[in-house]
Structure formats: structure tokens, C-alpha cells
Design a protein around this ligand. Structure first.
Ligand SMILES: [Zn+2]
Length: 269
């Protein structure tokens, strides 16, 4: 099925013809050769290259394909299967290079991935051909009201009002946020007094919290390169000076805790 997008400028339906998405008012968005579409008009950009840059995207791809976060992907697929969305549509909001997005295809017919980082979307679209990827801002998603059955947000900004707008009645929001021990041993290499993650949830007042689960397990990062790749995915990467980076690059079999909080919300009428 073709992707169903709406125009980010005038909100009318986009129709794909000869590799160009067009709306009734004549706003046009080219389908890139990798298969994604850039629906982030220049006036919506707050910086020249918003989101992760190419090096960060590459590090992320390299880390994720090692399987360190596969238990999280498996868990999410299990949850989505239970929600019985086979014929529906899922949006991975803030999908990055598409590692999880691709796996959601097992649970659902139509899977979208949106991210503001063009480099990430380009890489996602190139590898995962069965999903629909677009560059867009999460605060103005390129989808019609009530058109998506489930939104998944993994370590990405949670925007309850916008998610609510695009969700169907009885649609679901699944969020993944860090548990308090997430990557603690890595943090301890960076900070003298590493604080535990704040588990307080982002308020999602407009939906009902159905369930909260914790997924925690120990990872053994095989090489220093794996450690550095993981570090670059964290918000504290910029705190690591050259000495620390050098030290981390020489680690092998570095033990590190993964600690995820998964919440399942349901939209009510
Ligand atoms: Zn338009």
C-alpha cells in the first residue's frame, strides 16, 4: 500500500504520482531514490541539520545490529502482537535508523517511521524497504487525524497532544524510557557521581495508562568500539573528554545494565 501522508504546509492529502507527492494546492515533495520523502519544509527547521548527524547515525546502526537491544525489540513486537494491529498502521515516532521500525512489520501491515534527522531516515529507507519513512517534525506529524492505530516512542520526545490527534479512537501509545539503572556503569565512567535516571513519567494526561513493564538485563559489550558507539547514543556523550574516550576505546567485555520502562497507553474517545 502507498503511504498516506498529509501536506505539512496546508494539511491536505498528498498523492504520489511519478515519484512526487503533491497536494491539491500544488505543494510538492520528491520521493528520494532511497524511498523516503522529506516532509520537513525549510521554515520548520530550527537548524541546518536537525537531529543526529551521519556519524551518530552510523554508530547507532553499528551498535544496534550487534543485537544488544534486541530483547527490547522482541518485547515490543510481543506487545504489538497482543494488541492485534495486524491490519492497522503503526508509527515509530523518532525512529532513527529504523532498527525497531523494521521489526514492527511483523506485527502490523503498514509501518511508518518518522524522524527529524535526514541522515537517519536516509539510512533507514535504504535498508528497510517494507516500511514508509519520512523526515518530519514530531510536533507536526504528516498524518491525518485519527489515521494511526499505534504510536511507538522509543527514547524520543513524547508529544501527547499530537500523538492523540493522529491516533484512531481506542488507539495505543507505547513509550520506552530509561529505567533508573540504565547504562549506569557507563555513566560512572563519565561522571564522578553518576545520578540514577529519573523514572518519573512524562505526563500523558489525555490517555489511560493500561500497563507498565520493566525490562532489565545485563549486556556485555564485546569491544571498545561497541562501548563508544553506545556512548554516542546517550545524552551524556558530550561530557566525555579525550581521556575517558581513550579509556573506553580499550575496554573489552564491558558489563553494562540495560533498564527500560515500557508503558502502554490507550486513547479514549
Ligand atoms: Zn499543501
Amino acid at each position: 500500500m502507498n503511504a498516506q501522508y498529509r501536506c505539512p504546509i496546508c494539511q491536505s492529502r498528498l498523492v504520489l504520482r511519478e515519484k512526487i507527492y503533491r497536494c491539491d494546492l500544488g505543494h510538492c515533495f520528491d520521493k528520494a531514490k532511497e524511498g523516503y520523502v522529506n516532509l520537513l519544509p525549510v521554515q520548520f527547521k530550527h537548524s541546518k541539520q536537525p537531529g543526529d548527524n551521519k556519524a551518530m547515525v552510523n554508530a547507532r546502526r553499528e551498535f544496534l545490529t550487534q543485537g544488544y537491544y534486541q530483547p527490547l525489540a522482541d518485547k515490543l513486537v510481543l506487545i504489538l502482537d497482543k494488541l492485534a494491529l495486524k491490519k492497522g498502521s503503526i508509527l515509530d515516532a523518532g525512529c532513527g535508523e529504523g532498527f525497531y521500525t523494521d521489526q514492527f512489520k511483523q506485527s502490523c501491515h503498514t509501518v511508518y517511521g518518522v524522524d527529524i534527522a535526514k541522515e537517519a531516515i536516509k539510512k533507514a529507507a535504504k535498508k528497510y524497504k517494507h516500511c514508509h519513512f519520512s523526515v518530519a517534525t514530531l510536533s507536526q506529524l504528516p498524518f491525518d487525524d485519527h489515521s494511526i492505530n499505534a504510536v511507538v516512542s522509543i527514547y524520543a520526545p513524547i508529544l501527547p497532544i499530537e500523538f492523540d490527534r493522529i491516533l484512531t479512537t481506542n488507539g495505543y501509545l507505547i513509550t520506552v524510557t530509561p529505567g533508573k539503572n540504565h547504562l549506569l556503569s557507563l555513566k560512572q565512567k563519565i561522571y564522578q557521581h553518576a545520578l540514577l535516571h529519573d523514572e518519573d513519567k512524562v505526563p500523558v494526561d489525555n490517555m489511560v495508562l493500561l500497563e507498565q513493564q520493566q525490562l532489565t538485563y545485563k549486556m556485555i559489550l564485546k569491544t571498545g568500539n561497541d562501548v563508544l558507539n553506545l556512548l554516542s547514543m546517550t545524552p551524556f556523550a558530550f561530557k566525555a573528554d579525550e581521556n575517558v574516550t581513550q579509556q573506553l576505546s580499550q575496554q573489552s567485555d564491558f558489563a553494562c545494565q540495560a533498564d527500560f520502562i515500557i508503558r502502554i497507553y490507550k486513547k479514549t474517545a
